[in-house]
Design a binder for this molecule. Sequence first.
Ligand SMILES: C[S@@+](CC[C@H](N)C(=O)[O-])C[C@H]1O[C@@H](n2cnc3c(N)ncnc32)[C@H](O)[C@@H]1O
Length: 422
Amino acid sequence: MTDMATAASGQAGRLRQQAVDQLLQDGFITCTDVEKAMRTVPREQFAPGAELEEVYAPYDAVITKTDEYGVAVSSVSAPQIQAMMLEQAQLQPGHRVLEIGSGGYNAALISEIVGDAGEVTTVDIDAEVTDRARRFLAGAGYPQVRVVCADADDGVPQYGLYDRIIVTAGAWDIPPGWADNLAEGGRLVVPLRIRNLTRSIAFTKAAGHLAGSDPQVCGFVPMQGSGEHAETLVLVNGTEEIGLRFDDETPADPRLLDNAVRTARVEVWTGVTVAPQELIGTLQLYLATTLPGFCTMAVDPDLDTGLVAPNNPRFSLAAVEGGNFAYLVTRRTPENDVEYGVHAFGPEGEVFAAAVAEHVQAWGREQRGGPGPHIDAYPADTPDGQLPSRHVITKRYSRITFSWPEPDTAQSQDHPIRGQGE
Ligand SMILES: C[S@@+](CC[C@H](N)C(=O)[O-])C[C@H]1O[C@@H](n2cnc3c(N)ncnc32)[C@H](O)[C@@H]1O
């Protein structure tokens, strides 16, 4: 292992300290052991060939491998995401830790934190990645990290139980092998896809289920192998101009949407306003888990005929009901806040726009500024009556439940709803 004084010298060392200072200032590092590890491990040794400024950009990943379409399939994750997930994992010296998705750098950070009494295994499906990770780890002074090439869908049961499992590829589901590979009371930190949103969630192994907390916004390269899951794309007007992306349930009859855009666009404003820098992660999650037919919308800029007018053509929150579809928009208020509105199309566009707006208003009244939901994962065969919430996403192996706080406890007093009813 490298000592801190050596690690701080030279340009790489200076950039490393600056990146850590930035993450401390922005609140992404709060634990001293995570800070110490990030100040110590030479990240540049895990991304040879990349410019040092790129390596130490606090909020950017270094892409290390792309597929035949140029889509990233492996990377050294962004320092901010790594710090956030290491904190979620609540690592302790002596822990046995399994990392799913390798690169070497994050495994070295974990190794620094768990120390000589601990043990780190990192597993990747791609032999090119594991070969590189093994080499980089040895070169940087972490030869004790076990590097395994395998599809990690079943975990690595041959190496015993782990106190922590940290998944570093975007997972659509939680396969049973991960919980089986965890010691009782152990923690699984996983970036889980929830109807097209990705949240890093810290799950604790409890009796018969995984109890989740602390959902954090993040983005990851997708899981490959047996855990791979393709989203469904529904094209609204028969061309690739407007695509609705469904990651879980899909509309019963997408052809009903064929003529939706031929109706006039309905526009309603919700009166729910947020400050420009206010975090709206819980609004996204609230709609994804409580609004039936939730999806996201993407517009191809080369085919855009102006039928729809989203603020962000690549990603808008949207929903479908029968032959109607709607998406969220925003506008600036005279006070320079951001107000949410809804655009809707289809034979019952007005009714649907009002229904979607009501969900935004319910979030504004009941959840804004609150902690967000408790998220639990149960085996896929668990009946509804044994689940703690009616907001459920059923996947292949698991049923994920979202228990939103009761309205009177959810909202902190410093986030009143502004502009309601205006
Ligand atoms: C973001 S990278 C990992 C970053 C790494 N933890 C680091 O140090 O920054 C994600 C990795 O997950 C791997 N991966 C994807 N599906 C996998 C699977 N089923 N089993 C194991 N690894 C997988 C990919 O090959 C890729 O290298």
